[in-house]
Structure formats: structure tokens, C-alpha cells
Design a protein around this ligand. Structure first.
Ligand code: HEM
Length: 541
């Protein structure tokens, strides 16, 4: 049997194909030629000048910071990474693009991170942000953060119980399944992947702080959290003990869900808003969208459980409930849940990725590890408690240099955080940009600026923190960003990192399974280690 295509139909099809392709070309070419943001003259990849697809593709492949860094090495400080997005790798740009009083706002990138409703992190309105920030920044004031320290220490204690057992097994040459990928003992050490354990620790701490109870990952040695299956239905009903019991719960791996969500939102966010509903139909994005819903479900389940029970706990939720805006109004229940979710997301893998990166770099650099341990022994030597107290470790110069150096070189928040130029335009490093241009300063790249950090930027060398120009360093070191949208949880992050790193390196010593292995990373919104295989043993038994 043979088919004949009607010549009229085939010519119609050809015409429509030509018209469609022509429309796509015009759609991309006209804005390029009109150049309403005056950025046509800036260099960058050819495709990025015409379409957001280039940045979307790079973001989805998990190495955006490294790719943009290569472009800056090739083209210089100003690189066009999307039709309306200029990346500026000059430390002087930080204060203008992110600082107080310059009027920039977060771009539509952040819309892709909204789930329950806009929280502190993804609110773009200046007025809404100022209202929320007032309530939340009080919670994270240094004196309040000290109230959270006992919880941080408690969960670190649970981690030590688990790791001590692993070390004992390691000395005996045993093996086990705890932690993803399990562990085995040889040469007096336990060999295992430390990344999942840092994730368990960070989730248990933030779960406890934000919702009044840890997720129990450290005791279960497993990535698992209760998730409200339909969070909209759950939101409508919760608030009492009875209704919280009616919420349908399933368990999912929270760390995995958070990773999927980060990759989804960071890739979706660089696409123009009108493309996004279509993009959600692509299977990869559909899976990411499911992660967004599940993540919200974790917060809904935890808030429901916490509000359904009776608790006089000092936790973030209690403090959010106490908070009042300028009109004396508290947050409504939905807003409360959205903010608790924000804390969970912002305060979990930021800390675990950074702790893991610190462990990797110290395991790789044995001299720095010994030097840190000598400082810790001198400061904490006679104290029997294995968990350091913030007061004891808050001013140890080498510890601080180690943490800062790892935050510099790893840069868990490495991408340029996009900001919109406000009405009236903005002049950055001598270049004028009109209203509506998107600008960003890539942290990963400015953390590798040779003028600031020295020629050996790719080496982990805490000593540079005592050698380099302090003003230049202060101006360029950007792990927590600058200005009104900088990290509101910085005091808590600082306390956690100091207590965790001091306690762990006083008690254990680490080597890399493969001493020459690079730290493999994958980046969504954050640059995350993929794994970190180490050999660990107790220092003094
Ligand atoms: C090493 C740990 C941490 C790092 C490196 C870090 C880094 C950052 C950065 C770079 C931003 C700006 C994001 C943007 O503009 O898009 C940010 C914002 C934020 N961080 Fe952190 N963070 C850390 C820990 C924490 C912790 C422990 C909390 C709270 C529990 C937290 C809560 C927040 C919140 C709520 C925002 C949004 C602030 C706003 O828009 O006003 N962070 N963080």
C-alpha cells in the first residue's frame, strides 16, 4: 500500500514551518537589534545574546559557576550571559548591585522558588520584604541565636555517638550499612561518605530549631522526612491536634527533594516567565515541580504537628508566632508556614555543604588539619565535654581562617544572584545600565580574583587570611551576600560552623580515600558536593 501526500497540504505545511521558524528568529533577533538595555556591545556566548536557552542549558547541567567563571577569564569583567543579563566580576560592583540604598530588586528568577506563598527569600516587593525582614532579623540577632546553641550541641552529640560506633567498627575491620553507601573498616579507620551525615545533622538541627522536633535522620542514619501529600488540603485544615492527625503523610528523602527542587528552580528561573508554564510539561521540569510541592509538604506536615501539640519550646516557629510587624500584626498561618519552609531550605544544605567542603579541604591538606587541631587542643584541652561551646571557639584565629578559606574556595552560593536595575538606571564600575537590566556579580569568580586573594587562588591555604589586604578581602568576601537581601541567618550559620568544625576536628582526624580526588560538585541554586569519601579515626581514645 502506498500513501500520497496531497501537494496542497504539503505546501501548507512548508509555509507554516517557514512562518513559524521566521517568527522564532524574529522573536529573538528583534530584541537583540532594538537593544533596549544597551548591552549589545558586551561580549559573551553567541547564543546567550539571543536567547535565555543558553543560561537555562548551563544551569540545568549543574556547573553554572564554573562556566561563567571561564567566560570571565576569556572576556573580562563584563559578560553577557542572557539577552537581558550581564555578569560583572568586579568586587567594586558588589556594593552597587546588592548594597543598601541603590534600589535594586530581586529579578523574576526568584518567582521559580515560590511554593506555599512568597517567603522572605523569594519576596520581590520592597515593602513586603521590609515587613518580613523586620520580624525575622530580630529572631536571628546574636543574643537570640545563642538560645539555639543547646539544640545545635545536642544533635552534634548524636552525630558523635554514631561516628564513635563507626570508628570502633573501623578499628575492628568491620563494615555496615549506616549512612548512604555504608562504611567499612581497614587500617584503623572507618571509610565512608561524610556528606550524607552532614546533611542528617543540618536537617535535624534546622528541623528542631524551625519546627520544635528533629527529623530523626541522625538516629535512623537515613534521609527521610514526613511530607503532607496534598499540602493545599492540609493547609486548609490544620491547626488543631485532631486536624493535624488527619493530614495524609508519606515519607520522602528530604535531602534528595531539596536537591531536585534547587536544580529545578535555578534552571526554571532563568527562563522568561511566559515560557515557564510550557517548560513545566517537559518531564525533567515536571519532576522538579513535584519536588517543589513535596518540599512545601515537609513544612506543612512539620508545622501542623508542632501547632497541633502543646509546646513551650524556644524555636523559630515560636519566635515567628511572637513576631509583629509595624502595625502590631502577627503572621497568618499560611505565611508562618511559608517562613518556616524558608528557614528549612535556607538553613539546611547551606550549612551541610559548607561543613562537608571544610572536611574535604582539611582532609586534603593535612598540614592545615594539624595546625587547626593544635589550636583546638590549646583552647579546649582540659575540657571533657566533646562538644565545644560557642564562647570557647568564637575567636580562634586559625579556625576562623579555615572556615573562611573553605567558604571562599567552595562558595556554596556561587552564582551571581540576579538583581533588577531600578528606575533611573544604575552606574556600575563606570558603565551605565538603564532600568530593567538584570545584573549579577558571580561570587565563585570574585572569590578567585588574583588581585585580592593572590596568585594561588585555587589552593586551600588558610594562611592567606593573615597575609592579604584586609579591606580588599572584606570588600570581596561574599559568602552571605551584601545589603538588604544578605543572609538573615548569618549569625546562626556562623555559630553552627564554629561549633561543628571545632568539635569534629578536635575529636576525629580525616584523610581522603583518594588523596588526589577533586571535590565533585553539582549546582542548582547552591554548589553542592556530590560526595566526600574519607577515612576517619578518633584522635584520642
Ligand atoms: C553557611 C551557611 C549559609 C550561607 C553560605 C548562606 C548564604 C546566603 C546567601 C548568599 C543569601 C542571599 C541569597 C539571595 O540573595 O538570593 C542568603 C539569604 C538568606 N539566608 Fe542564608 N546562608 C547560610 C545559612 C543560613 C541559615 C542557617 C539560615 C536560617 C536558618 C539562613 C537564612 C537565610 C534567609 C531567610 C535568606 C533570605 C534573606 C532575604 O532575602 O532577606 N541562611 N543566605
Amino acid at each position: 500500500m502506498s500513501f500520497r501526500v496531497d501537494p496542497l497540504l504539503s505546501s501548507d505545511f512548508a509555509t507554516w514551518t517557514v512562518v513559524g521558524l521566521g517568527a522564532i528568529v524574529l522573536f529573538h533577533l528583534v530584541p537583540y537589534l532594538v537593544d533596549s538595555h544597551h548591552i549589545r556591545g558586551y561580549p559573551g556566548p553567541l547564543l546567550a545574546k539571543f536567547s535565555d536557552v543558553w543560561l537555562g542549558y548551563v544551569a540545568a547541567h549543574g556547573h553554572r559557576s564554573e562556566q561563567v567563571h571561564k567566560l570571565h577569564e576569556q572576556y573580562g569583567a563584563f559578560v553577557r550571559i542572557a539577552p537581558n543579563h550581564l555578569s560583572i566580576s568586579d568586587p567594586d560592583a558588589l556594593q552597587i548591585v546588592y548594597g543598601h540604598g541603590t534600589g535594586t530588586l530581586k529579578s523574576t528568577f526568584y518567582d521559580a522558588f515560590v511554593s506555599i506563598q512568597r517567603g522572605l527569600f523569594n519576596t520581590r516587593s520592597r515593602v513586603q520584604h521590609a515587613r518580613k525582614r523586620k520580624i525575622v532579623s530580630n529572631i536571628f540577632a546574636q543574643k537570640n541565636v545563642l538560645e539555639f546553641e543547646p539544640h545545635v550541641r545536642e544533635h552534634l552529640g548524636t552525630l558523635f555517638q554514631q561516628w564513635d560506633k563507626l570508628c570502633e567498627g573501623g578499628v575492628k575491620g568491620l563494615s555496615g550499612a549506616e549512612g548512604e553507601g555504608g562504611w567499612h573498616g581497614s587500617e584503623g579507620r572507618v571509610w565512608y561518605d561524610c556528606l550524607p551525615w552532614y546533611n542528617y545533622l543540618a536537617f535535624d538541627i534546622i528541623g528542631d530549631l524551625a519546627f520544635g522536633a528533629p527529623f530523626g535522620m541522625l538516629t535512623a542514619c537515613k534521609d527521610s522526612a514526613p511530607v503532607a501529600v496534598s499540602f493545599q488540603a492540609a493547609m486548609a485544615s490544620y491547626g488543631s491536634a485532631a486536624s493535624s492527625k488527619e493530614i495524609q503523610i508519606e515519607h520522602f528523602p528530604a535531602v534528595q527533594v531539596l536537591n531536585d527542587r534547587g536544580e529545578y528552580s535555578a534552571s526554571m528561573g532563568v527562563l522568561p516567565p511566559h515560557w515557564r508554564p510550557l517548560a513545566k510539561r517537559i518531564p525533567w521540569f515536571a519532576k522538579g515541580n513535584q519536588a517543589v510541592q513535596r518540599l512545601a509538604g515537609i513544612a506543612v506536615a512539620a508545622v501542623a504537628q508542632r501547632l497541633g501539640g502543646s509546646s513551650d519550646r524556644v524555636d523559630l516557629l515560636a519566635k515567628l508566632q511572637e513576631g509583629r510587624d509595624d502595625n502590631g500584626d502577627p503572621m497568618g498561618r499560611e505565611e508562618l508556614t511559608a517562613e518556616a519552609l524558608t528557614q528549612l531550605i535556607a538553613g539546611s544544605d547551606t550549612t551541610s555543604n559548607s561543613s562537608c567542603a571544610i572536611t574535604y579541604w582539611l582532609a586534603r591538606n593535612q598540614a592545615a588539619q594539624r595546625k587547626l587541631q593544635a589550636e583546638l587542643d590549646a583552647a579546649l584541652g582540659s575540657d571533657d565535654d566533646p562538644i565545644a561551646v560557642f564562647e570557647q571557639v568564637k575567636r580562634l584565629p586559625y579556625l576562623e581562617a579555615v572556615i573562611n578559606e573553605a567558604l571562599r574556595i567552595h562558595s556554596t552560593s556561587g552564582i551571581g544572584l540576579p538583581r533588577l536595575v531600578p528606575e533611573g538606571g544604575l552606574t556600575v564600575c563606570g558603565h551605565f545600565f538603564p532600568e530593567g537590566t538584570v545584573l549579577s556579580v558571580p561570587t565563585y569568580t570574585i572569590h578567585r580574583d588574583r588581585e585580592v586573594w593572590g596568585e594561588d587562588v585555587d589552593a586551600f591555604r588558610p594562611e592567606r587570611w593573615f597575609e592579604r589586604d584586609k579591606n580588599l578581602v572584606q570588600k570581596t568576601f561574599n559568602p552571605f551576600s551584601f545589603g538588604p537581601r544578605s543572609c538573615v541567618g548569618r549569625n546562626l550559620a556562623n555559630l553552627e560552623l564554629l561549633v561543628i568544625v571545632a568539635s569534629i576536628f578536635r575529636r576525629y582526624e580525616f584523610v581522603l580515600e583518594d588523596p588526589t580526588a577533586e571535590l565533585d560538585t553539582r549546582e542548582g541554586f547552591l554548589r553542592k558536593p556530590v560526595d566526600c569519601k574519607v577515612g576517619m579515626k578518633r584522635r584520642h581514645v
